[in-house]
Write a protein that binds this ligand. Sequence first.
Ligand code: COA
Length: 381
Amino acid sequence: MIAEGKRNMTAKSSGLEGIIVGDTAISTVGKEGLGLTYRGFDIHELAAKSTFEEVAFLLTYGNLPKSAELHAYREKLIKLRRIPNELKTVLELMPRSAHPMEVLRTGISMLGTLESESTHYKDHQIADRLIACTPSILLYWYRFHQFNEKIETWNSNEPTVAGYFLYLLHGEKPSDEMRRAVDVSLILYAEHELNASTFAARVTASTESDFYSAIVSAIGTLRGALHGGANEEAMRLISNYKTPEQAEKGVRELLAKKAKIMGFGHRVYKKSDPRSDIIKEWSKKLSANARDGYLYPVSEAIEKVLWDEKKLFPNLDFYSASAYHFCGIPTPLFTPIFVMSRLTGWSAHIFEQRGNNRLIRPEANYNGPGPRAFVPVDQRG
Ligand code: COA
């Protein structure tokens, strides 16, 4: 990491825009002729032909699994779903009013005290464990505080992460369509090069800190509205309008007030986000059977205004919002789904950082006061 640092000691970039800080073999984002690829595979092909478990294996183990490997990996993840009683107690003690991202940040941190990184729990064991049990942590807390139920977290009726999440949320088998919609969204959210949360994970890993600390740094970073939190904000926006006409008028007014419209724009992509059309198709498909299917035409109306007015395009978060809503997922759980998926990318980056580590420590351009004499406190008046 940090390959460019010494080249020009005076160079500075607001928000580190355009700065290349190192090498990665995990993904490409917006590179000419490549678009978004995970270890060389195009995101469109992965979303159309693979499952989240295959992508999780690809990212964390480095290659697509063979059939027997995939079977064994799925079985392993099912076995790792159960969460310890001490963690359940902590989840019960957390307030009902907590944000689910706070619950994940604290829940995963608590797990890190019970199964702390050691010779017993290391690298892949922790990554597999977190991919398997994060839906359990989230939904144990949710069902306890919303419905006063203590759910079992060892359930194996639903072999996939997407199906398990929906099963725990709704207490019943999901439809094939909803299960696949969530599965595809997990594939799309899994990895995205040096986005802010992944960079946070790598910075933490670069200090030789433990695996859980790197993941918790990433969760805290993902939560913000400019990053993962944008899908929740996008849902709040589209729910404000009942017709495309209302949406068009309302969003024009917001833009006139220089408001940011969450779910639009991107730091790296300049023309479009290759993931957006994929999730948009799913949103459209799911809207056909939804009671509030008007949210889809409302979303399209907002997309048109943003393009006409500012040439801004939807990123993955925008149509994920309506797609999740149509699957009956409460809005505060949207960003935690992002965590369930991105754990794979974060883990891959932690392994990569550890494989060729150098402390990440950039420098700042000082613009504070010049040298001045220190005055002892009793002489300061
Ligand atoms: N709504 C309205 N205007 C936007 C915008 C949005 N979503 N995204 C960018 N812009 C405008 C800015 O207001 C700014 O305009 P100005 O030059 O007239 O001041 C210009 O575009 C550049 O924006 P800036 O915030 O500096 O770009 P960035 O590269 O730092 O930001 C994002 C990238 C993603 C943070 C930004 O597009 C954004 O805030 N989007 C909304 C949050 C979001 O969806 N996040 C998820 C990202 S995957």
